[in-house]
Design a protein around this ligand. Structure first.
Ligand code: SF4
Length: 290
């Protein structure tokens, strides 16, 4: 039985009833209890306070991640933060936000700020804008990335007014997640259109999930649907080595086959990079290098 979080909306429940590939991402599975030494609850050390700043994580020299929320519209069973989200350090007070701004200012190479969680859009618009405007006001910051699955799972959350206010900051890019073509419904496409029409670039990060989208046909359907919605397919990720999600992991050789077949069958503008996020690595690693 699916456990919808309190921020889930009726739309997501309906989508789960109608789209099996979406439902499979949400249904608990007994295999989540499988133990594997290669998987851990926090493979990227996100619960460490390595940066020394509450709610701010830095793994790469040009970008930082700011935790804006510890809740989400979904409980995706493949979520990278599934075991750590509820206890995550979240930036809430003005003082904590100022500490994050000071950190960025002290690192001139940082040019890209990811607002993540959970989902930043569980917050009211004014709260979202508080984060966006604060980081966009820093001259060194070129991009404020809003990482949200709202276009897919709560399209009504993307109002014209929100899109217009985000556009007003001049630096916002939206990174979203669609994992199958069935998720790109007319409602979801309309939500993406509200962002794109306002002038906000929208990119998609897909997760390669066994039993959900692990075929070239499924991926190509998705990439085409995204392109019709004017969303750039950006990355396809191998599942992260997070405890409790190993049953979603697609074997590397199979992932490479899917990536190669996609490259043979669709033009570059609709073709994302197939990558793996490897703990300790200083970049996302193209799977053909693994
Ligand atoms: S939408 Fe993203 S953050 Fe939320 S549960 Fe799913 S994968 Fe995790």
């Amino acid at each position: 039985m699916i456990n919808f979080p309190r921020h889930a909306c009726r739309y997501a429940e309906q989508l789960a009833a109608e789209c099996e590939q979406f439902r499979l991402q949400l249904e608990p599975d007994v295999r989540e209890f499988d133990e594997d030494d290669d998987y851990s609850a926090d493979p990227f050390g996100e619960t460490d306070e390595a940066s020394g700043v509450h709610g701010l994580k830095q793994r790469f020299e040009d970008r930082v991640l700011v935790m804006t929320s510890d809740s989400c519209f979904m409980n995706c069973r493949h979520c990278t933060r599934k075991g750590i989200l509820e206890s995550a350090d979240v930036v809430r007070s003005d003082e904590e936000l100022q500490d994050c701004l000071d950190y960025v200012k002290s690192r001139p190479l940082v040019r890209d700020v990811l607002l993540s969680g959970g989902d930043p859009l569980v917050l009211p618009d004014d709260e979202v804008l508080r984060f966006v405007e604060a980081f966009a006001s820093l001259e060194q910051v070129d991009v404020v990335r809003l990482c949200t699955r709202a276009p897919c799972v709560n399209p009504e959350r993307i109002t014209e007014d929100l899109a217009k206010r985000l556009r007003g900051c001049g630096k916002v890019w939206v990174n979203t997640q669609f994992n199958c073509a069935g998720e790109v419904t007319p409602e979801a496409a309309a939500a993406c259109a509200r962002l794109v029409d306002a002038g906000i670039p929208v990119s998609c990060q897909t997760v390669l999930l066994a039993g959900v989208n692990d075929s070239a046909d499924a991926m190509l359907d998705l990439f085409s649907a995204l392109q019709r919605a004017r969303v750039r397919p950006y990355y396809v990720f191998q599942c992260d080595p997070v405890a409790g999600i190993s049953h979603f992991r697609v074997p590397l050789e199979r992932a490479k086959e899917i990536a190669a077949e996609c490259a043979d069958r669709i033009g570059g503008l609709a073709l994302p990079r197939f990558v793996a996020d490897i703990p300790g690595s200083r970049r996302k690693t193209p799977i053909e290098e693994l």
